[in-house]
Unconditional design. Structure first.
Length: 115
């Protein structure tokens, strides 16, 4: 069974950067598409970015395109989200998601963008 654990969240000033990490356990990780979602207070969870099994294809929400970069290291069972030029509206809990079976979610990591 695959388990996901996010890390790297925290408090950052507007315009700053953070790198989120998602550590995956399980031998099926390298075959799985992976995504990042986020949920701001009082709002529904929304898609942020996705990457296919090989890392050769990525997709981004319009709100983060050009500022965020998703990547993966299948040898280390890791997925990353590099976030640059952060804005207050990026404040949310960020979740890692694995397209395995019915889907697997991590527990989330909080990102707060504030001066």
């Amino acid at each position: 069974q695959v388990q996901l654990a996010e890390s790297g969240g925290g408090l950052v000033q507007p315009g700053g950067s953070l790198r989120l990490s998602c550590a995956a356990s399980g031998r099926t990780f390298s075959n799985a598409g992976m995504s990042w979602f986020r949920q701001a207070p009082g709002k529904e969870r929304e898609f942020v970015a996705a990457i296919n099994w090989s890392g050769g294809s990525t997709n981004y929400a319009a709100s983060v395109k050009g500022r965020f970069t998703i990547s993966r290291d299948n040898a280390e069972n890791m997925v990353y989200l590099q976030m640059n030029s952060l804005k207050p509206e990026d404040t949310a809990v960020y979740f890692c998601y694995a397209q395995i079976g019915l889907g697997v979610w991590g527990q989330g990591t909080l990102v707060t963008v504030s001066s």
